[in-house]
Design a protein around this ligand. Structure first.
Ligand code: NAD
Length: 301
Protein backbone atom coordinates (compact mmCIF):
# COMPACT_ATOMS: atom_id res chain seq x y z
CA UNK A 1 0.00 0.00 0.00
CA UNK A 2 1.30 3.43 -0.87
CA UNK A 3 1.48 5.92 1.98
CA UNK A 4 0.02 9.10 0.54
CA UNK A 5 1.87 11.91 2.27
CA UNK A 6 0.24 14.53 0.10
CA UNK A 7 -3.22 13.41 1.15
CA UNK A 8 -2.30 13.17 4.83
CA UNK A 9 -0.69 16.61 4.73
CA UNK A 10 -3.84 18.04 3.19
CA UNK A 11 -6.01 16.37 5.85
CA UNK A 12 -3.83 17.78 8.63
CA UNK A 13 -3.92 21.26 7.11
CA UNK A 14 -7.72 21.06 7.25
CA UNK A 15 -7.56 19.98 10.89
CA UNK A 16 -5.18 22.82 11.77
CA UNK A 17 -7.43 25.34 10.03
CA UNK A 18 -10.36 24.12 12.13
CA UNK A 19 -8.32 24.20 15.36
CA UNK A 20 -7.26 27.77 14.74
CA UNK A 21 -10.75 28.85 13.71
CA UNK A 22 -12.00 27.38 17.01
CA UNK A 23 -9.38 29.34 18.97
CA UNK A 24 -10.35 32.54 17.21
CA UNK A 25 -14.04 31.83 17.87
CA UNK A 26 -13.14 31.68 21.59
CA UNK A 27 -11.64 35.15 21.25
CA UNK A 28 -8.03 33.96 21.45
CA UNK A 29 -5.29 35.29 19.23
CA UNK A 30 -3.89 33.32 16.29
CA UNK A 31 -0.55 31.52 16.69
CA UNK A 32 2.33 33.45 15.16
CA UNK A 33 5.51 32.25 13.45
CA UNK A 34 8.50 34.33 12.36
CA UNK A 35 10.93 33.16 9.70
CA UNK A 36 14.39 34.71 9.59
CA UNK A 37 16.04 34.61 6.19
CA UNK A 38 19.63 35.72 5.65
CA UNK A 39 20.88 36.35 2.11
CA UNK A 40 19.31 35.51 -1.22
CA UNK A 41 19.65 31.75 -1.67
CA UNK A 42 16.94 31.05 -4.30
CA UNK A 43 16.03 27.64 -2.83
CA UNK A 44 15.72 29.15 0.67
CA UNK A 45 13.57 31.99 -0.69
CA UNK A 46 11.21 29.43 -2.24
CA UNK A 47 11.05 27.35 0.95
CA UNK A 48 10.31 30.44 3.03
CA UNK A 49 7.61 31.62 0.61
CA UNK A 50 5.98 28.17 0.75
CA UNK A 51 6.05 28.17 4.55
CA UNK A 52 4.47 31.63 4.77
CA UNK A 53 1.76 30.68 2.28
CA UNK A 54 0.94 27.42 4.07
CA UNK A 55 0.67 29.25 7.40
CA UNK A 56 -1.64 31.89 5.94
CA UNK A 57 -3.89 29.14 4.57
CA UNK A 58 -4.50 27.60 7.99
CA UNK A 59 -4.70 30.89 9.90
CA UNK A 60 -1.23 31.00 11.48
CA UNK A 61 0.18 34.51 11.32
CA UNK A 62 3.60 34.37 9.71
CA UNK A 63 6.18 37.09 9.31
CA UNK A 64 9.36 37.07 7.23
CA UNK A 65 12.36 38.88 8.66
CA UNK A 66 14.96 39.32 5.94
CA UNK A 67 18.64 40.25 6.32
CA UNK A 68 21.21 40.66 3.57
CA UNK A 69 24.11 38.24 3.09
CA UNK A 70 26.60 40.61 4.78
CA UNK A 71 24.71 40.58 8.08
CA UNK A 72 27.02 39.91 11.00
CA UNK A 73 26.59 37.05 13.43
CA UNK A 74 26.06 39.62 16.21
CA UNK A 75 23.21 41.33 14.34
CA UNK A 76 21.55 37.97 13.88
CA UNK A 77 22.07 37.09 17.54
CA UNK A 78 20.47 40.41 18.51
CA UNK A 79 17.45 39.55 16.35
CA UNK A 80 17.18 36.14 17.98
CA UNK A 81 17.25 37.68 21.45
CA UNK A 82 14.54 40.08 20.36
CA UNK A 83 12.38 37.23 19.03
CA UNK A 84 13.01 35.15 22.16
CA UNK A 85 11.52 38.00 24.19
CA UNK A 86 8.69 39.00 21.87
CA UNK A 87 5.51 37.68 23.49
CA UNK A 88 3.51 38.07 20.30
CA UNK A 89 5.61 35.38 18.61
CA UNK A 90 5.05 31.73 19.51
CA UNK A 91 7.85 30.28 17.45
CA UNK A 92 10.49 31.21 14.93
CA UNK A 93 12.98 29.57 12.64
CA UNK A 94 16.22 30.67 11.08
CA UNK A 95 16.23 29.34 7.55
CA UNK A 96 19.36 27.28 6.85
CA UNK A 97 21.90 27.32 5.31
CA UNK A 98 23.39 30.53 6.66
CA UNK A 99 26.21 32.44 4.92
CA UNK A 100 29.62 30.86 5.61
CA UNK A 101 30.77 33.62 8.02
CA UNK A 102 27.93 32.84 10.43
CA UNK A 103 28.25 29.83 12.73
CA UNK A 104 25.06 27.81 12.53
CA UNK A 105 25.46 26.15 15.90
CA UNK A 106 26.05 29.52 17.62
CA UNK A 107 22.85 30.82 16.07
CA UNK A 108 20.73 27.74 16.76
CA UNK A 109 21.99 27.57 20.35
CA UNK A 110 20.76 31.12 20.97
CA UNK A 111 17.14 30.25 20.15
CA UNK A 112 14.91 29.73 23.19
CA UNK A 113 13.96 26.04 22.93
CA UNK A 114 10.35 26.91 23.71
CA UNK A 115 10.21 28.91 20.47
CA UNK A 116 12.42 26.57 18.45
CA UNK A 117 9.74 25.26 16.11
CA UNK A 118 12.36 23.67 13.85
CA UNK A 119 13.36 21.53 16.84
CA UNK A 120 17.05 21.94 16.05
CA UNK A 121 18.45 23.57 19.18
CA UNK A 122 20.77 21.40 21.27
CA UNK A 123 18.34 21.89 24.15
CA UNK A 124 15.36 20.48 22.25
CA UNK A 125 17.42 17.59 20.92
CA UNK A 126 18.70 16.83 24.42
CA UNK A 127 15.19 17.00 25.84
CA UNK A 128 14.01 14.56 23.18
CA UNK A 129 16.83 12.18 24.11
CA UNK A 130 15.84 12.38 27.77
CA UNK A 131 12.15 11.88 26.98
CA UNK A 132 11.22 15.35 28.24
CA UNK A 133 8.60 17.49 26.50
CA UNK A 134 10.30 18.88 23.44
CA UNK A 135 9.69 20.20 19.98
CA UNK A 136 10.66 17.57 17.42
CA UNK A 137 12.21 18.57 14.12
CA UNK A 138 10.00 18.56 11.05
CA UNK A 139 11.00 15.42 9.16
CA UNK A 140 11.02 13.00 12.13
CA UNK A 141 7.74 14.47 13.31
CA UNK A 142 6.28 13.97 9.84
CA UNK A 143 7.47 10.35 9.69
CA UNK A 144 5.90 9.62 13.06
CA UNK A 145 2.69 11.20 11.91
CA UNK A 146 2.60 9.08 8.74
CA UNK A 147 3.15 5.88 10.75
CA UNK A 148 0.45 6.93 13.19
CA UNK A 149 -2.11 7.87 10.56
CA UNK A 150 -1.61 4.59 8.72
CA UNK A 151 -1.87 2.64 11.96
CA UNK A 152 1.59 1.10 11.60
CA UNK A 153 2.65 -0.09 15.06
CA UNK A 154 6.26 0.22 16.17
CA UNK A 155 6.11 -1.50 19.57
CA UNK A 156 8.55 -4.41 19.63
CA UNK A 157 9.27 -3.99 15.92
CA UNK A 158 12.74 -3.86 14.43
CA UNK A 159 13.26 -0.48 12.80
CA UNK A 160 16.34 -0.02 10.65
CA UNK A 161 17.25 3.64 10.12
CA UNK A 162 19.75 4.30 7.32
CA UNK A 163 21.49 7.65 7.86
CA UNK A 164 22.68 9.35 11.04
CA UNK A 165 22.11 13.04 10.35
CA UNK A 166 21.05 15.42 13.10
CA UNK A 167 17.90 16.36 11.21
CA UNK A 168 16.55 12.92 10.28
CA UNK A 169 18.44 9.74 11.21
CA UNK A 170 19.37 10.44 14.83
CA UNK A 171 16.08 12.02 15.95
CA UNK A 172 13.79 9.45 14.31
CA UNK A 173 15.87 6.63 15.82
CA UNK A 174 15.59 8.29 19.22
CA UNK A 175 11.84 8.84 18.97
CA UNK A 176 11.00 5.32 17.89
CA UNK A 177 13.13 3.60 20.54
CA UNK A 178 11.59 5.63 23.36
CA UNK A 179 8.89 4.54 25.74
CA UNK A 180 5.78 6.17 24.34
CA UNK A 181 4.78 7.90 27.54
CA UNK A 182 5.10 11.22 25.81
CA UNK A 183 2.86 11.77 22.86
CA UNK A 184 3.00 14.80 20.65
CA UNK A 185 -0.05 17.00 20.89
CA UNK A 186 -2.16 16.43 17.82
CA UNK A 187 -0.72 13.01 17.11
CA UNK A 188 -3.42 10.57 16.13
CA UNK A 189 -1.78 7.63 17.92
CA UNK A 190 0.12 7.88 21.16
CA UNK A 191 1.68 4.44 21.03
CA UNK A 192 4.58 5.12 18.70
CA UNK A 193 7.89 4.12 20.18
CA UNK A 194 9.08 1.00 21.97
CA UNK A 195 10.82 -0.18 18.82
CA UNK A 196 14.16 -1.95 18.63
CA UNK A 197 16.17 0.43 16.48
CA UNK A 198 19.31 -0.20 14.46
CA UNK A 199 21.02 2.86 12.99
CA UNK A 200 23.09 2.25 9.86
CA UNK A 201 25.39 4.67 8.06
CA UNK A 202 28.05 4.87 5.40
CA UNK A 203 30.48 2.66 7.37
CA UNK A 204 27.93 -0.06 8.16
CA UNK A 205 28.93 -3.50 6.94
CA UNK A 206 26.42 -5.70 5.15
CA UNK A 207 23.56 -3.24 5.11
CA UNK A 208 21.49 -5.68 3.04
CA UNK A 209 21.46 -8.40 5.73
CA UNK A 210 20.53 -5.90 8.44
CA UNK A 211 17.71 -4.48 6.32
CA UNK A 212 16.30 -7.94 5.67
CA UNK A 213 15.60 -8.27 9.40
CA UNK A 214 13.66 -4.98 9.51
CA UNK A 215 9.93 -4.62 10.02
CA UNK A 216 10.31 -0.94 9.17
CA UNK A 217 13.10 0.62 7.08
CA UNK A 218 13.57 4.38 7.24
CA UNK A 219 16.15 5.55 4.75
CA UNK A 220 17.63 9.08 4.71
CA UNK A 221 20.94 8.66 2.91
CA UNK A 222 20.69 10.73 -0.28
CA UNK A 223 21.66 7.76 -2.47
CA UNK A 224 19.30 6.65 -5.28
CA UNK A 225 18.38 2.94 -5.38
CA UNK A 226 20.24 2.25 -2.12
CA UNK A 227 17.37 0.08 -0.90
CA UNK A 228 16.54 -2.68 -3.37
CA UNK A 229 13.84 -5.35 -3.36
CA UNK A 230 16.17 -8.09 -2.14
CA UNK A 231 16.87 -6.04 1.03
CA UNK A 232 13.22 -5.82 2.06
CA UNK A 233 11.37 -8.47 4.05
CA UNK A 234 7.98 -9.16 2.45
CA UNK A 235 5.36 -6.99 4.14
CA UNK A 236 7.85 -4.56 5.70
CA UNK A 237 7.17 -0.82 5.83
CA UNK A 238 9.57 1.32 3.81
CA UNK A 239 9.82 5.06 4.52
CA UNK A 240 11.90 6.84 1.91
CA UNK A 241 13.19 10.24 3.05
CA UNK A 242 15.78 10.70 0.30
CA UNK A 243 15.44 13.40 -2.31
CA UNK A 244 17.78 13.04 -5.28
CA UNK A 245 17.83 14.75 -8.66
CA UNK A 246 18.31 12.36 -11.56
CA UNK A 247 18.99 13.58 -15.12
CA UNK A 248 15.93 12.96 -17.24
CA UNK A 249 15.95 14.50 -20.74
CA UNK A 250 12.31 13.46 -21.18
CA UNK A 251 11.21 15.69 -18.31
CA UNK A 252 10.54 19.40 -19.04
CA UNK A 253 13.00 20.38 -16.29
CA UNK A 254 15.67 17.97 -17.52
CA UNK A 255 15.64 16.09 -14.24
CA UNK A 256 13.28 14.22 -11.95
CA UNK A 257 13.25 13.58 -8.23
CA UNK A 258 13.77 10.12 -6.81
CA UNK A 259 14.25 8.79 -3.32
CA UNK A 260 16.74 6.32 -1.90
CA UNK A 261 14.54 3.30 -2.65
CA UNK A 262 14.17 1.38 -5.90
CA UNK A 263 10.46 2.11 -5.71
CA UNK A 264 9.37 0.14 -8.76
CA UNK A 265 10.78 -3.15 -7.46
CA UNK A 266 10.39 -2.57 -3.72
CA UNK A 267 6.71 -1.51 -3.82
CA UNK A 268 5.41 -5.02 -4.69
CA UNK A 269 7.39 -6.53 -1.78
CA UNK A 270 6.68 -3.90 0.88
CA UNK A 271 3.55 -3.80 3.02
CA UNK A 272 3.58 0.01 3.10
CA UNK A 273 5.84 2.35 1.17
CA UNK A 274 6.21 6.12 0.75
CA UNK A 275 6.72 7.45 -2.77
CA UNK A 276 9.12 10.27 -3.72
CA UNK A 277 7.77 12.81 -4.33
CA UNK A 278 4.53 12.71 -2.37
CA UNK A 279 5.57 10.75 0.73
CA UNK A 280 7.58 12.29 3.54
CA UNK A 281 8.24 15.61 1.75
CA UNK A 282 4.73 17.09 1.99
CA UNK A 283 4.77 16.49 5.77
CA UNK A 284 7.62 18.92 6.43
CA UNK A 285 5.68 22.19 6.34
CA UNK A 286 2.76 20.59 8.14
CA UNK A 287 5.14 19.60 10.96
CA UNK A 288 6.39 23.18 11.22
CA UNK A 289 2.83 24.41 11.58
CA UNK A 290 2.04 21.70 14.17
CA UNK A 291 5.16 22.71 16.09
CA UNK A 292 4.08 26.37 16.04
CA UNK A 293 0.69 25.43 17.44
CA UNK A 294 2.39 23.21 20.03
CA UNK A 295 4.57 26.14 21.12
CA UNK A 296 1.50 28.36 21.30
CA UNK A 297 -0.34 25.95 23.57
CA UNK A 298 2.52 24.74 25.73
CA UNK A 299 4.77 27.69 26.17
CA UNK A 300 3.55 31.08 25.10
CA UNK A 301 0.04 31.79 26.22
P1 NAD B 1 22.99 13.70 5.24
O1 NAD B 1 22.99 14.01 3.78
O2 NAD B 1 23.50 14.66 6.22
O3 NAD B 1 23.75 12.34 5.49
C1 NAD B 1 23.45 11.14 4.84
C2 NAD B 1 23.55 10.01 5.82
O4 NAD B 1 23.39 8.79 5.11
C3 NAD B 1 24.90 9.92 6.51
O5 NAD B 1 24.68 9.70 7.88
C4 NAD B 1 25.60 8.72 5.87
O6 NAD B 1 26.39 8.02 6.78
C5 NAD B 1 24.44 7.90 5.38
N1 NAD B 1 24.74 7.21 4.13
C6 NAD B 1 25.09 7.78 2.95
N2 NAD B 1 25.31 6.81 2.02
C7 NAD B 1 25.08 5.63 2.63
C8 NAD B 1 25.18 4.27 2.21
N3 NAD B 1 25.54 3.96 0.98
N4 NAD B 1 24.88 3.31 3.11
C9 NAD B 1 24.51 3.62 4.38
N5 NAD B 1 24.42 4.89 4.82
C10 NAD B 1 24.71 5.87 3.97
O7 NAD B 1 21.50 13.26 5.65
P2 NAD B 1 20.14 14.08 5.65
O8 NAD B 1 20.39 15.53 5.75
O9 NAD B 1 19.33 13.36 6.64
O10 NAD B 1 19.57 13.82 4.18
C11 NAD B 1 19.41 12.51 3.65
C12 NAD B 1 18.49 12.56 2.45
O11 NAD B 1 17.19 12.91 2.89
C13 NAD B 1 18.88 13.57 1.39
O12 NAD B 1 18.54 13.04 0.11
C14 NAD B 1 17.99 14.75 1.70
O13 NAD B 1 17.73 15.54 0.55
C15 NAD B 1 16.76 14.05 2.18
N6 NAD B 1 15.90 14.83 3.09
C16 NAD B 1 14.56 14.85 2.81
C17 NAD B 1 13.69 15.51 3.65
C18 NAD B 1 12.22 15.49 3.34
O14 NAD B 1 11.49 16.31 3.83
N7 NAD B 1 11.74 14.53 2.57
C19 NAD B 1 14.16 16.18 4.77
C20 NAD B 1 15.52 16.11 5.05
C21 NAD B 1 16.40 15.43 4.21
Amino acid sequence: MIIDGKQIAQTIRGELREQIAALRAEGKRAPKLAVVLVGHNPASETYVANKLKACAEVGIKAEKIAYDEYTTEQTLLNEIHRLNNDDSIDGFIVQLPLPAHINELTILSAIDYRKDVDGLTPENVGRTVQGLPSIVSATPRGIRELLARYGIPTEGKHVVVIGRSNIVGKPIAMLLMQRPYLSLPGMSAASLGDATVTVCHSKTQDLASICRTADIIIVAAGSPNLVTASMVKPGATVIDVGINRIDDPASPRGYRLVGDVDFEHVAPVAGFITPVPGGVGPMTIVSLMQNTIQAYHEYTR
